[in-house]
Ligand binder design. Sequence first.
Ligand code: ATP
Length: 238
Amino acid sequence: MAAISIEALSFAWAQQSPVIDIPSCSIAAGEMVFLQGPSGSGKSTLLNLMTGMLVPQRGEIRIGDTRLNRLNSVARDRFRADHIGFIFQSLNLLPYLSIEANVQLACRVSKQRRQRAIARFGSVQSACTSLLSSLGLAELVDEKRPVSQLSVGQQQRVAIARALIGAPELIIADEPTSALDTASAQRFVALLQAEVKAADATLILVSHDERLAPQFDRVIQLADINQASKTMGGVYVD
Ligand SMILES: Nc1ncnc2c1ncn2[C@@H]1O[C@H](COP(=O)(O)OP(=O)(O)OP(=O)(O)O)[C@@H](O)[C@H]1O
């Protein structure tokens, strides 16, 4: 089964012409996809449609066998919490929580993720410890280092653990490497992919940095699947 399938998808912001018009696109389970496109071309809009944060005017998005548009907004929120892990450009770690509390957050919000963590590791705490040690962060946890005193690279590893705990099927990373030099960005992607692979998840990563593309199974240029690109402007930025 595809991890994501899109059919005849169309989305426009109020009073504007469509930003997204995708006849068809499918992403296989376990695939590592690099989504690329100029600034303003609709990458974040598409991610928001895939996660049910935005609702299309037409067409359909299926995540696994769930048709997102058939869910009401409460069910979409629940589905997102249960099945999708996020890594944002700004990382969004909560500075007043410990490293472990940040990582365990998704298991407090989602019963399914809590249950999957317990089924695999015996407890949420053990799932958290296992992820943090495989990401090389165990010592910082032992030191009880506050999140506010972590380097950007360390915060990014915490963000990977937070996205992956409780084994969501889909990991979405929106410009997670924009603050890093190329070597650090490549290391971050390699680490993220190793964890995604170990969890049997699917990864979609958006970035402007073309140098990361060779690390992925598939590169999708948004303009190649999005017919709205033909009528929209877009600017490449680094
Ligand atoms: N909340 C909004 N209301 C109206 N228009 C919006 C809104 N958010 C985005 N847009 C418009 O939709 C288009 C696509 O924006 P989007 O943020 O999806 O692009 P992007 O490819 O992610 O850009 P970037 O790489 O700069 O983050 C742009 O023209 C943008 O101005």
